[in-house]
Structures are given as C-alpha cells and as structure tokens.
Design a protein around this ligand. Structure first.
Ligand code: ZN
Ligand code: ZN
Length: 385
C-alpha cells in the first residue's frame, strides 16, 4: 500500500504527487457537498482552466431546486478562468495558450453540424441535455463522467478540443467578465431576436441581472425608450436600471403597468417586449402582448411554463405579433458582449454586487434566488476565495 501525506488540498502519494481538485457538487435538490477529484491528465488536444469566476444566474436557482437528474453535478455554466495547462494541439488549433484569460461557453460543440458552423452551438445536438444524454454542457453534465471537471463551481475545469473558448479583452477583470453570459443573452434576445435598434421602444420585464443586461444592450443599440418593470422587492435593482439607462421604471405592485405604459407612450405601446421575469407566471406575457403597439410588435419569451391556459392566440394574431424564443446565445453575441464590457461605457460594477467562495455555493445560489444575502443582483462564485 502507498503511504499518503496530505497538505492542504494536495495529496502526496509515496514517490508521486497527485493533486486533487476541490469542487462543490450538487448531490440532490438543494444539497451541496465539497468533494475532491483527481487532477486530470491533459491530452495534447485539450486544456485545463483554473477557475476565476463562475457567474450564478436564475437557471442555477432552478437547477438547484429541481435538478433534471439524480446524477451528482458540479454546477456553474458561466465560466471565466485562466488557461493553466494547454496541450500543444489545443494551442495550435484554437490559439489559446497558458496564462490566457478566457470565457468558456457552456455548450461543448460537436464541431461538425450546421449549427456549429454557424456559431450557434446552443442548437447543436451535442449540447442538448434534454434530448441527448451523451451531450456535454458545463454545469449540467454528471461529475461521474471522466475526467469529472464539467462545472465552474470547482478549482479547475477541463477543456476538451471542442470547448468553445473566447478571449477576455485586456482591461476586463474576471469579475466583470463574469457578466458576459447575461450580456450575450441581452445581445441575442433584444438585438438579434427582438430586432431592437435605433429609435426602438422597449419594455423589459424583470430587473434582475438579465433584465439589466438587456437594458444596457438596448441603450447601446439606440433604443429611444426603455421601460423596466419589477415588484416592490426590486427597489434596489430598479434604481440600478435607471443608472444603466432605463427611461422609466414601474413597480407593478404599486401602479397599473399597462395604464402607465400607455401613458408614457401616448397610447401607442412599445415595439418590443422582453420577458426577463424567470418564470413569474402568465401575467408578464399577457402584459407584454397588451403593451405592444397596435400592429407588428415582437415579444421575446422564455419557456418557463409548461402550460399556458387561455393563451390569447387570437389577440396575438389580430395584433400581428411575432413571438420569439429566448434560447441562450450565439458565438457572435458573446463576442459583442465582451466588446461591450471592454468599452466600460456603463457602470456595470453596480450589477456585480456579491462574491462567494466555494464553501458558500449553497448560500450564493439561494441569495440569487432571493433567499439568503439580501439585494444580490449578480453573484460571482470565486472558487479560490
Ligand atoms: Zn446562466
Ligand atoms: Zn454541432
């Protein structure tokens, strides 16, 4: 038997040094355990990333409360880190070398399909955990699958040849870069899907990190009117919304939002509505439909509800409304989001409100869900903190 000596998280076997990687593993609904994994071998075509910041979003809150499977999972799908070890082929093919600060999309592509060639890794079958149990997605894939490090709530993350990697621009801190995912969703949903541009009028429902990112992107794109709605508990977030460029904020518990929107737009309604309420039920969709202009508006929705009794289909067709599905982000949206962060044009440090260490993953997720530390907008999980 080999003799074992332990020093911090590093375990020394007699004669060899085997490093161990600490990770927070979701072991059941609302349950987290800190576990150790072996430091993986890094083949020539792969790399290892030392985690700096894993952003926590509303999806984490949902996946933590109601996991889609019983498998142990290292969550964390919005990952910023430094390339700690890069195989020669990895550097040759992808252009990244040790020491580079990068953002890794949570989609691990097949690299062969039509969607991958379009930079739309979100639609690649290889990344779809709903239909493809073999698919790999950071923050979703079982930690039982070698080499185990498939999530950002860990000291290191494994990058195979088909990881989708972006360079973080110079001058952007890891914490600021942690906003790239909501910002990329902002670009994708409001600009590419909603068609927001110069002189657009926009209703953004929900002032969380997603709604605030949409606010910045719509402002940058030239929207002439941005209205953000929230509830009374969102007072601090609504204040940030105004600082980031919202023209009006409406507390839907204190005012009739539709009457207020009609008043602001002189009865015209808005061009585009974006639902960023993360599953607040059917009301935001109904408000969105009514708040749109007389004909030809666009509503971007998230699929949080399995059923929608009495969906106003007739109203939608009479108003000639286009419904678009919010589904993650494309490669292009990520690049534009990173450029936006690098521009420092908006005070986004008002959004990155809190950071947590690895042992506080449970508290961090609950806080983003509104039950823990108060007034969290965006939480950065820093595994080395
Ligand atoms: Zn997310
Ligand atoms: Zn593909």
């Amino acid at each position: 038997m080999q003799r074992v000596r332990k020093c911090g998280s590093t375990v020394f076997l007699e004669g060899t040094q085997v490093e161990r990687v600490l990770a927070a593993v979701r072991t059941g609904p609302g349950r987290t355990e800190i576990r150790e994994f072996p430091m993986p071998d890094v083949p020539e075509d792969s790399a290892l990333m030392r985690m700096e910041v894993a952003g926590i979003c509303g999806t984490d809150v949902k996946l933590y409360k109601t996991p889609p499977s019983n498998a142990p999972v290292i969550m964390g799908h919005e990952n910023i880190g430094t390339i700690a070890k890069a195989g020669r082929e990895f550097t040759r093919r992808k252009g990244f070398k040790e020491g580079d600060l990068v953002f890794v999309e949570h989609y691990v592509m097949c690299g062969k399909c039509e969607w991958c060639h379009l930079g739309q890794y979100r639609h690649c079958e290889n990344t779809d955990w709903r239909t493809n149990p073999e698919g790999i997605r950071y923050g979703y894939t079982s930690a039982e699958r070698a080499p185990h490090l498939w999530g950002g709530f860990a000291q290191y993350v494994y990058l195979p040849w088909n990881a989708v990697v972006h360079r973080v621009p110079k001058g952007v801190t890891p914490e600021l870069a942690g906003l790239v995912t909501p910002m990329a969703n902002g670009v994708e949903w409001s600009l590419f899907d909603g068609g927001v541009g110069y002189d657009s009028t926009v209703l953004i429902q929900g002032p969380g990190q997603q709604g605030l990112s949409q606010t910045v992107v719509c402002k940058q794109a030239g929207a002439s009117l941005i209205i953000v709605t929230g509830t009374s508990k969102d007072a601090a977030r609504m204040k940030v919304a105004k600082e980031l460029g919202a023209d009006h904020v409406i507390d839907v518990q204190k005012e009739d939002p539709l009457a207020r929107i009609k008043e602001i737009t002189s009865g015209r309604g808005v061009d585009v509505t974006l639902d960023c309420t993360a599953g607040a039920g059917t009301l935001p969709i109904l408000l969105g439909v009514e708040a749109l202009k007389r004909k030809g508006g666009t509503i971007v929705v998230q699929g949080e509800m399995k059923e929608f009794p009495n969906f106003p289909l007739e109203r939608v067709t009479v108003k000639f409304i286009t419904i678009k599905s919010a589904r993650g982000h494309s490669y292009k949206a990520c690049e534009l989001a990173l450029a936006q962060l690098a521009s420092k044009r908006f005070p986004l440090e008002k959004v990155t409100t809190h950071s947590f260490g690895l042992k506080d993953v449970d508290l961090a997720i609950r806080s983003v869900g509104g039950q823990g530390v108060p007034d969290v907008i965006h939480a950065s999980l820093m595994p080395w903190k």
